[in-house]
Design a protein around this ligand. Structure first.
Ligand code: ZN
Ligand code: ZN
Length: 143
């Protein structure tokens, strides 16, 4: 049987290790930015929103960790523009092919589709991502 004091010491060490290994400040900062964001963000946009100075490769590693552990997800559009967002926070996007901006919308046509997909495929649907590509409000007027 471990003495209580030893037990506490071990527990403290484990907690510290878990913090160090799993949820570093970097990961926390990146997740915070994405939690507060009202739309998906690129790495560059994430970098601009983080108060502390973090280099791109550190942010990339944090994003990779968060995505592998299902805190966030990402979607790529057009010229390999990759956007990151909290899991299941956004499903529907408008991607501008000219300025690479992204907008989100709520209206969903998936319910109708879901029925026919389930009828025709042996598949369990967990979530979906849907997007239109085109020209945003700003870009559609320009030539
Ligand atoms: Zn645009
Ligand atoms: Zn939908």
């Amino acid at each position: 049987m471990l003495k209580m004091i030893e037990y506490c010491k071990i527990l403290r060490t484990i907690c510290r290790l878990v913090r160090i290994l799993r949820f570093t400040n970097n990961r926390k900062n990146v997740l915070e930015v994405l939690t507060e964001a009202d739309k998906p963000l690129t790495i560059q946009q994430i970098k601009e929103k983080i108060r502390e100075n973090m280099d791109i490769s550190t942010i990339y590693r944090a994003l990779d960790f968060l995505e592998r552990n299902h805190f966030i997800e990402s979607a790529s559009f057009g010229k390999s523009m990759r956007f990151f967002f909290c899991q299941n926070k956004f499903n529907h996007f408008l991607y501008c092919e000219k300025c690479s901006s992204i907008h989100v919308f709520k209206d969903c046509a998936a319910d109708l589709l879901e029925e026919s997909v389930l009828k025709n495929h042996d598949f369990i649907i967990n979530s979906h991502i849907f997007y239109f590509t085109g020209l945003c409000e700003k870009c559609k007027g320009e030539k």
